[in-house]
Design a binder for this molecule. Structure first.
Ligand SMILES: NC(=O)c1ccc[n+]([C@@H]2O[C@H](COP(=O)([O-])OP(=O)(O)OC[C@H]3O[C@@H](n4cnc5c(N)ncnc54)[C@H](OP(=O)(O)O)[C@@H]3O)[C@@H](O)[C@H]2O)c1
Length: 332
């Protein structure tokens, strides 16, 4: 019988890609969305929807209990719901940690715990690497943002549970069609402007969303539980490499401006303030600034490679494909 999978955050960039991957792999797929979530990229007729709002635990508990009575326990849950930007720092802890903790406690209490629970965390829970050395799975974690701390708190909570079958995935920066995170950089380069923060981006890592999905399903289908995997495309890059590929893909020449940290902080403060006025959280905010200003996000992914992970996209080919998608959709 086909296995069942419930994916939270299914309307998001990563969640919607995971849903499509699950459908392609023949899973009975349940997409966890909120009432107001966009379903634009969830148009496959095989997708079943379940309304899950982490911020509404009573309704969520009810939805999951009724799910269990109708379909039984899901074989797998991928928890991809979360926030990557917020108007207030405390929101990261509330959604990414407290609400996730409540969800897991409820799954245990109501006997809905799946065969495997995959938690989509982030490299931010580790914080940037030491100079010259890639981040490794066993190093001390030193997140530099509330976002990263909220992801780390969830990881620690999961590790503290006895007998709960989790696997934690820590993706580096994810790019690909539907992503809005890198769009800002691309738009800037399209307008012939490259803005850099002094000292940032000496070692970077990236992963295409399709490859992240391959890694997630590989872990889900074959990794032992209670393990943690860092995921990138297994290569190391610099900001110069990234910008060079985007420049070539967009056929643009640029003027490059390197801002000292104090000036970049001021620009971020202004961007965040404008976002506040319009009630919209922005990714480039004061909380996440130390991450954007860090020198080293290189990562050692030998554990996922040992599991058999072989990314299909290198950065050049993946960014070219993403740029073409943005252009087709009129985003660029
Ligand atoms: N993008 C990256 O580079 C990256 C890298 C590492 C880790 N991650 C992690 O991957 C996960 C997905 O990120 P993403 O880039 O796909 O972000 P995204 O596009 O913003 O998607 C976030 C998803 O979470 C849902 N969500 C937010 N708050 C919720 C709540 N209170 N209740 C239920 N659902 C809620 C959103 O639903 P709505 O559509 O209704 O808002 C959306 O489906 C996050 O946990 C993020 O930390 C992302």
């Amino acid at each position: 019988m086909e296995k069942s999978i419930l994916i939270t955050g299914a309307s998001g960039f990563i969640g919607s890609s995971l849903v499509n991957e699950a459908i392609e792999r023949g899973y009975r797929t349940y997409a966890g969305v909120r009432a107001h979530s966009s379903r634009k990229y969830l148009d496959h007729p095989g997708i079943n929807f379940i309304e899950l709002d982490l911020d509404d635990p009573v309704t969520m508990d009810h939805a999951l209990v009724s799910f269990k009575s109708r379909f039984g326990r899901p074989d797998f849950i991928i928890h991809a719901a979360g926030i990557t930007k917020a108007l207030h720092r405390w929101e990261y802890r509330k959604i990414n940690f407290e609400r996730t903790r409540d969800l897991v406690r409820m799954l245990i209490r109501e006997d809905i715990a799946p065969h495997k629970f995959i938690y989509i965390s982030s490299l931010s829970s580790f914080g940037p690497g030491e100079k010259g050395a890639p981040i490794t799975a066993y190093q001390e974690k030193r997140p530099v943002s509330e976002y990263g701390k909220s992801k780390l708190a969830t990881e620690q909570f999961l590790h503290g549970l006895e007998d709960f079958p989790f696997v934690i995935i820590n993706p580096t920066a994810v790019y690909g069609p539907r992503d809005k995170g890198f769009l800002l950089v691309m738009k800037s380069i399209q307008k012939h402007l490259e803005i850099k923060i002094a000292g940032a981006g000496e070692q970077l890592s990236f992963v295409h969303v399709d490859d992240l999905c391959q890694a997630v399903f590989l872990c889900m289908e074959s990794a032992p539980v209670r393990r943690q995997f860092l995921v990138s495309d297994l290569e190391a890059y610099t900001e110069k490499d990234f910008n060079g590929i985007v420049r070539a893909g967009l056929r643009r020449k640029t003027i490059s401006m390197t801002l000292p940290v104090w000036m970049a902080k001021g620009a971020v403060w202004a961007t965040e303030a404008l976002g506040r006025i319009s009630g919209k959280a922005v990714l480039l905010n004061r909380d996440r600034f130390p991450e954007f200003a860090a020198a080293n996000w290189g990562v050692d992914c030998s554990e996922i490679a040992a599991l058999g992970f072989r990314p299909r996209h290198d950065l050049k080919q993946g960014l070219d494909q993403t740029i073409r998608w943005y252009q087709k959709e009129g985003w660029l």
